[in-house]
Every structure is written in C-alpha cells, then in structure tokens.
Design a protein around this ligand. Structure first.
Ligand code: RTP
Ligand code: MG
Length: 169
C-alpha cells in the first residue's frame, strides 16, 4: 500500500512542488570563524534537511563559474580572491520552498543592512564577508547544484518525523 502511494502521481506532485533543493556555501569567512555548525543548525531547526555536504578548497575556475553572473563587475576579482581564500563547506538543503526560505534566513547581502535575526544580520558586518551563499532562483539552484555536485552525491532519503515538520500545506 505504502509502495503504491509513493509511486502515485499525487505523491510525485507533492514531492516536486514542495521538496525544493537549494545550494548553500559556507564561505571561507564562515569556516575560519567556526560558525558552520551554528548556522547549519539554524537551517536544520527550521525544517530543512541536508541532501549533500562537503568541505573543499575552491580553485579560481570553479569560483569564476559559480559567480559568472558577476563577471566584469568591479568587485569580481576581489570576490574570487575571497571565495578561494580558504576552504568552504558546500551543501544542498531540501525542503518546502527551500530557495526562498534560505534567502530569507540569510538576509540582505550587506551585513551592515541585514536585519537582526537573519544570519548576516546576526553574524556579519561586511558586504563581502557575509558568510553564506544561497541560490537565488530555481534556475540558479539547478545550475549551481550541478556545478558543485555529481548526481550521486545528492541523496534523497526518508527522514524520521518529517510529517511533523511539513504536512503538505
Ligand atoms: P551570494 O550570491 O553570495 O549568495 O550573495 P547575494 O546573492 O546576496 O549577492 P550577489 O549580488 O549575488 O553578490 C555576490 C557576492 O559578491 C559580493 N559582493 N561584493 N563589493 C561589492 O560591491 C559587492 N557586491 C557583492 C558579496 O560577497 C556577495 O555575497
Ligand atoms: Mg547571489
């Protein structure tokens, strides 16, 4: 019965519509300031689940691909210096409206303007050193997840008690 429900069109619809994925990067400042655990804990407490997570040293080619939309802007070279300046933790978070939820939790780009209660509002006082990246649209999320992860590295799994976190509405 459970198997039939899982393969039904309704289940598929619920999964596709509500279980969105987004890419997050704990930038080098976040790793160096030892804030990865604290901020990851916020995302988990909100109800997002980890679908992928790894620590790596970014090279310039990957940094430039990730931030391609900013190529040619005055801050571009400094941004690539920054994102390659130390290891990052990159991950995929999954959950209801994950892209919007993460962006809202991050707050404004500039930590000076970001509201208290947001990640940048609570932990950042800089425009560049703003701790976390989050995908800004479904198209960006798809592109960025494919850039940072092999398909087999992003894992779909059953998580205990998820029906108490999100019941479909
Ligand atoms: P992100 O892509 O890192 O999640 O940040 P965001 O969407 O809030 O901001 P975005 O406009 O995409 O800018 C990307 C990153 O570039 C740095 N930045 N520096 N110096 C400057 O004027 C400037 N503007 C942007 C920030 O590190 C920003 O997160
Ligand atoms: Mg951005």
């Amino acid at each position: 019965m459970r198997k039939r429900l899982r393969s039904s069109p309704v289940f598929f619809f619920v999964k596709v519509v509500f279980m969105q994925r987004t890419l997050i990067i704990f930038k080098p400042d976040c790793v160096q300031r030892r804030l990865v655990g604290e901020i990851l804990g916020r995302f988990e407490a909100k109800g997002l689940r980890i679908a992928a997570l790894k620590l790596l040293q970014v090279d310039r080619a990957l940094g430039e691909k990730h931030y391609a939309e900013h190529h040619g802007k005055p801050f571009f070279n400094g941004l690539i210096d920054f994102i390659t300046g130390g290891p990052v933790v990159v991950g995929v978070l999954q959950g209801n409206e994950a892209i919007t939820v993460v962006r809202t939790m991050l707050g404004a780009t500039n930590g000076v303007a970001a509201l208290p209660g947001t990640v940048r509002g609570d932990f950042s006082i800089s425009k560049q050193n703003n701790l976390i990246h989050g995908s800004d649209s479904p198209e960006s999320a798809q592109r960025e997840i494919a850039l940072w992860f092999q398909p087999g590295e992003v894992i779909d799994y059953t998580i205990a008690g998820s029906e108490w976190v999100f019941g479909g509405a």
